[in-house]
Design a protein around this ligand. Structure first.
Ligand code: A8S
Length: 186
């Protein structure tokens, strides 16, 4: 299934001086909850742990541009990003990095969210792929390693945010009493 989604939605054509890869994450929350976080092009800080601030020009339609500030400690301070694709039916978001103070030139990424059953519950399969220039002085492997690490952190955090939202929406009496029992034990 994963391979088919990748073939269908995540086809990048890297040139010789680019690298391309994809990261997959299984999340125990319904697609709608995961997608509602992913689609907010104006609020990447809701789940991306390295983003400190984001300002958007435009009405978050295709062509909207966001100015992202990243937290200190990274080889970057700002990033200018343009929304290229937003499909609420198929749950696809695509953006490109068009500027900023960092080393990722010609970065383009696609995120898709698909329904999936995980341990018998309704979950989501998230796939994020990218293509980017290999910066001067770095190898293809180093570049992929760096970007994959950033995306892995983003998707781990997306899972935490979505799974906690999914749990909040489920107020089952037996769960509530179990929670109060564990509170007493503490
Ligand atoms: C994303 C993906 C990436 C963001 C990278 C790869 C970035 O925001 C960080 C460090 C950098 O060196 C480049 O979906 C840049 O946000 C965390 C500032 C672009």
């Amino acid at each position: 299934m994963e391979a088919q989604y990748i073939i269908r939605h995540h086809r990048h054509q890297p040139t010789e001086h680019q690298c391309s890869s994809s990261v997959v994450k299984h999340i125990k929350a319904p697609v709608d909850i995961v997608w509602s976080a992913v689609r907010r092009f104006d609020q990447p800080q809701k789940y991306k742990p390295f983003v400190s601030r984001c300002i958007v020009r435009g009405d978050f339609e295709i062509g909207s541009v966001r100015e992202v500030n990243v937290k200190s400690g990274l080889p970057a301070t700002t990033s200018t990003e343009i929304l290229e694709l937003l499909d609420d039916q198929e749950h696809i978001l695509g953006f490109k990095i068009v500027g900023g103070d960092h080393r990722l030139k010609n970065y383009s990424s696609i995120v898709t969210v698909h329904p999936e059953i995980i341990d018998g519950i309704l979950g989501a399969l998230v796939i994020e792929s990218f293509v980017v220039d290999v910066p001067e002085g770095n190898t293809q492997d180093e570049t992929c390693y760096f970007v994959n690490a950033v995306i892995n952190c983003n998707l781990k955090s997306l899972a935490i945010v979505s799974e906690s939202t999914a749990l909040q929406g489920c107020s089952h009496p037996s769960i509530d009493s179990e929670l109060s029992i564990s509170a007493i034990k503490l």
